[in-house]
Design a protein around this ligand. Structure first.
Ligand SMILES: Cc1cc2nc3c(=O)[nH]c(=O)nc-3n(C[C@H](O)[C@H](O)[C@H](O)COP(=O)(O)OP(=O)(O)OC[C@H]3O[C@@H](n4cnc5c(N)ncnc54)[C@H](O)[C@@H]3O)c2cc1C
Length: 436
């Protein structure tokens, strides 16, 4: 008979939080022998989950976000945890309370009153937002890809610019799409936009000359894909150039205006659509965390057991956490969030019993960058062979497998297989591109 109650609240149901809620609730259900009765609550500001690495596909229109979203409410019911809709605004560590803002309907009326949730253990998995580094004009004039709404917003404008250019009689005016940041997000978005344009032309707008759309990736450093091996960087650069995407290295954006981007204070580029993908930052200010230490990009600083330094009942995983393993700060990647979620879920029951967390060990599985519909470059790590470079179809397949792993963790084997079949059928039967 379980006599103690322990309430775990997870804030953020993304790449890390959703896996954690699913797996922890599964462990809690199975461990009836344990003396503690664990209840799991997941909080998210959205009603549905979309895996963030798909956002560049939603932005370009190669993925219809409604096809791939998952309802938290139905997932929670199926996997034995509670779901609460709401945006976290702050915590009170003394009272162990999580404060949630009011939830509004689409007309701006209050749907759910502001409220608090009591916790015994709290896990932050709230991801990150774009970091504009204080660059003038970015907030006002740049599109961001940090959530689904923003990706859809970009998509609408992208299609609009495309159609407007086509409607112009001169057949010459150009559309300049500038993507600031040569990291994975920027490179993948550039490739996806190119693929989408090609498909739009093939499927309907045959009279449009693709050369009228100029895509440029602007990077402040001397290479794209910092942190990747030189071979991956060169491979990606070659692929981008092959499909006509301009890459400007050593080019620091100093200002963004409605129709221009200024590089290094003086070089002015025309810009019909400017996208900012130049780094991440935590989404909440220090005051929200009631004294937890944040680093300079507002990530919660955690120890080797993923606990905040100031409060061992508060954990952080994924993009919102600064986690250092073997002297290296882990990069904000889905594979980090996923491994941290699995680690936490698998060690949580032990933590409640002994008050001890083991050390998180990160296992690099490789890193892949997709460039458009059918190409990808990257490194795969295999325990027997070590790291090796892959390109083309194998790399594309390996890239997709990261998403399938996410689905396996959150849906289980049976539903993942159904999902794979459904995706294959949609690819054959459904529209190739979202044009609205
Ligand atoms: C376009 C793009 C492509 C990418 N490609 C790759 C890739 O190929 N490989 C890779 O490893 N990584 C990739 N990434 C990075 C990867 O998406 C992130 O590292 C990963 O999603 C982080 O997981 P997370 O759980 O920390 O946060 P997220 O997945 O961002 O989830 C955060 C969740 O918290 C919720 N939330 C946020 N704030 C609040 C709040 N105040 N209250 C309540 N809920 C809140 C959000 O709604 C969301 O559901 C890519 C990112 C982008 C944008």
């Amino acid at each position: 008979m379980n006599d103690k109650q322990h309430k775990v609240v997870i804030v953020g149901g993304g790449a890390g939080g959703l896996i954690l809620a699913t797996r922890l609730a599964k462990h809690a259900k199975r461990s009836t022998k344990q003396s503690t009765n664990l209840s799991v609550t997941l909080v998210d500001e959205s009603l549905t989950h979309i895996w963030k690495p798909l956002l560049h596909e939603i932005a370009a229109g190669s993925l219809n976000s409604y096809e791939d979203e998952m309802s938290y409410l139905s997932h929670a019911a199926r996997h034995h945890y509670d779901f609460q809709l709401g945006k976290f605004s702050r915590i009170d560590r003394q009272q162990k309370l999580l404060y949630l803002d009011e939830v509004y309907d689409s007309n701006g009326n209050v749907l759910i009153e502001a409220r608090t949730l009591k916790y015994d253990s709290l896990v932050f998995a709230i991801g990150s937002t774009n970091n504009d580094f204080g660059t003038p004009g970015v907030k006002e004039h740049c599109f961001m890809l940090d959530n689904r709404k923003n990706a859809e917003y970009f998509h609408t404008h992208f299609i609009g610019k495309f159609l407007a250019a086509r409607a112009k009689q001169d057949n010459e005016s150009l559309v300049h799409i500038n993507i600031v940041g040569g990291g994975a997000t920027g490179v993948e978005l550039a490739g996806e936009i190119y693929s989408t344009m090609k498909r739009i032309v093939t499927f309907g707008l045959k009279d449009f000359n693709l050369d009228r759309i100029k895509i440029c990736v602007i990077e402040a450093g001397n290479t794209i894909l910092v942190g990747q091996t030189e071979k991956v960087q060169k491979g990606a650069l070659k692929e981008l150039k092959k499909i006509g995407i301009d890459v400007k290295l050593n080019s620091k954006v100093s200002e963004v205006n409605s129709t221009t981007i200024v590089i290094d204070e003086s070089n002015i580029l025309p810009s019909s659509l400017s996208v900012w993908a130049a780094g991440i930052s935590g989404s909440m200010n220090e005051s929200a965390f009631d004294g937890l230490a944040l680093n300079r990009v507002k990530q919660i600083v955690v120890n080797a057991g993923l606990q905040s330094h100031e409060d061992e009942s508060i954990f952080a995983i994924g993009d919102c956490a600064e986690c250092v393993v073997d002297g290296n700060r882990l990069a904000p990647r889905a594979q980090v969030a996923q491994q941290q979620a699995i680690f936490l879920a698998d060690n949580f029951m032990g933590f409640i019993d002994s008050n001890n967390m083991p050390e998180f060990v990160f296992r690099e599985k490789g890193s892949l960058i997709t460039i458009g519909e059918s190409d990808a470059v990257g490194n795969i790590f295999a325990s027997i062979f070590g790291s090796f470079y892959v390109q083309g179809a194998i790399a594309k397949w390996a890239y997709l497998s990261l998403y399938r792993q996410h689905q396996l963790q959150t849906l289980g084997v049976y539903r993942t297989i159904i999902q794979v079949l459904k995706d294959s059928m949609t690819r054959v039967l459904g529209p190739k591109i979202k044009l609205h």
